[in-house]
Design a protein around this ligand. Structure first.
Ligand SMILES: O=C(O)CCC(=O)C(=O)O
Length: 282
């Protein structure tokens, strides 16, 4: 008779449920409470200068890789849905990027991020939902005041974003600005993507901070945390990774998010028919 007990060679693997392992990079109680109260948390020196230098080089390589893929298929890079391009052909953003960068894919699962997120999810693991790299070259635009959930309506409320600074992020180069107020819930018009910004009157009594980061620092903020960023008025890029996750208790949504993303990037009411046919996702 074959025993159905767990064979000792493989132990008793757990693929779901609160972490049984020690969370080496767990947040402390004060940090967890501050995140839940304010809707954001800033952590310094999470990644070391030599690592960040490698990530900066990888950021450039990722663009070269995506451009050369387009050339191989004789497609114009500006129609690759991964990119938001500036008029001069420079990328402002690449979204997603982990699928063309094993290095960034490993970073998105680094325990220095994942353990901290498990602390925010009652010990449950976080699952990657979205990954974007904003280059924000000199003189390029910022973002109006919004909550990320506007673009993620229908997805779990446990969504949050970890921003990882590759360059120093300052008021001059348009650092992220965060407001308390996530407890107010969703402040955009539900069921619509048309109103991309929220009214500042909702935030009259909220705390507002400029998130100035050194390379290697991170910020974590909820999908209901109001935020914005001014244009880059400096003479160098402000490169920052934005990694978004949900609680694993809410399932896995990476593929369905990018299907939705692909749809809204080429919506028939916003994209001329002749243009729509040129878009691809490579
Ligand atoms: O670039 C930033 O600092 C903010 C980006 C942002 O708001 C977004 O991508 O939703």
């Amino acid at each position: 008779m074959i025993s159905v007990e767990h064979p000792s060679e493989i132990g008793a693997p757990r693929w779901h449920g609160p972490q049984q392992r020690h969370l080496h990079f767990a947040l402390d109680t004060a940090e967890v409470n501050a995140y839940h109260e304010k809707g954001f948390l800033i952590l310094r020196d999470v990644f070391q200068p030599d690592e960040v230098e490698i990530y900066r080089q990888e950021a450039e390589r990722v663009v070269d890789r995506a451009f050369s893929l387009s050339r191989d298929f004789q497609l114009e890079p500006k129609y690759n849905l991964r990119f938001e391009m500036l008029a001069d052909g420079q990328p402002w953003k690449i979204d997603p990027f982990v699928s063309i960068s094993p290095l960034f894919s490993a970073l998105a699962r680094d325990r220095r991020i994942m353990d901290r997120l498990a602390s925010l999810y009652d010990g449950y693991e976080a699952v990657l939902f979205k990954d974007k790299l904003i280059f924000k070259p000199p003189e390029s635009h910022g973002n109006g005041l919004h909550q990320d959930y506007n673009w993620w309506q229908g997805f779990p409320h446990s969504l949050l974003t970890v921003s990882v600074a590759l360059d120093a992020s300052t008021k001059e180069n348009g650092c992220t600005e965060l407001w308390t107020g996530h407890h107010q819930g969703f402040l955009h018009e539900p069921g619509s993507l048309d109103k991309g910004q929220i009214d500042r009157e909702h935030l009259a009594n909220e705390e507002h901070i400029h998130v100035e980061l050194a390379p290697g620092d991170i910020a974590i903020f909820t999908c209901f945390t109001p935020h914005a960023a001014a244009p880059n008025k400096s003479n160098s890029d402000r490169r920052m990774l934005f990694l978004s996750y949900n609680d694993s208790r809410d399932g896995e949504h990476y593929t369905s998010h990018y299907e939705h993303f692909r749809w809204y990037r080429t919506r028939p009411d916003r994209t001329p028919e002749a243009e729509r046919e040129k878009y691809y996702f490579l």
